[in-house]
Write a protein that binds this ligand. Structure first.
Ligand SMILES: [Zn+2]
Length: 146
């Protein structure tokens, strides 16, 4: 069954009834590994587990089942993070909020608050820095061997 057929099957019969053949094995530490039902990546599982869906695929399948809800959720949040902690926030429809509480009397009396998009800063944690350095070091060593 390829990916397309799998999606068609899940849509028709539901994910619970989707029981493809999946490979499993137990490693030298006695840890059981089972392929994800959907993407076939091996995941750690408890003994006795017959099927597993990895975290990524849980989201994918949710999106498949409820494509509308996720889109709607994204659209409805035209407000900045933490808007209900702001002393005054006016949304684009002119609704006025004081610390998250709607002020119906003030509706339409104030210009909408301009939301500045936050610049995303990429900050590495100490661990990630170490990991990055280790990786660079490793690849350098590989190059030297050649
Ligand atoms: Zn998966």
């Amino acid at each position: 069954m390829n990916r397309k057929e799998a999606i068609a099957y899940i849509k028709k019969h539901g994910f619970k009834n989707f029981k493809p053949e999946r490979h499993s094995y137990v490693d030298e530490d006695g840890q059981k590994w089972l392929q994800c039902k959907f993407c076939c990546e091996h995941q750690q599982v408890d003994p006795g587990v017959g099927y597993i869906t990895c975290a990524d695929c849980v989201i994918k399948i949710d999106m498949m089942k409820f494509p509308d809800t996720i889109k709607k959720q994204k659209k409805s949040s035209g407000r900045p993070a933490g808007w209900h902690f702001m002393n005054e926030f006016v949304d684009k429809d002119g609704n006025v909020f004081h610390k998250g509480k709607e002020q119906p009397k003030l509706k339409g009396t104030l210009p909408p608050t301009i939301v500045k998009p936050r610049k995303k800063k990429k900050k590495l944690t100490a661990d990630q820095k170490m990991f990055k350095l280790a990786k660079q070091h490793k690849s350098k060593r590989k190059l030297r061997k050649k």
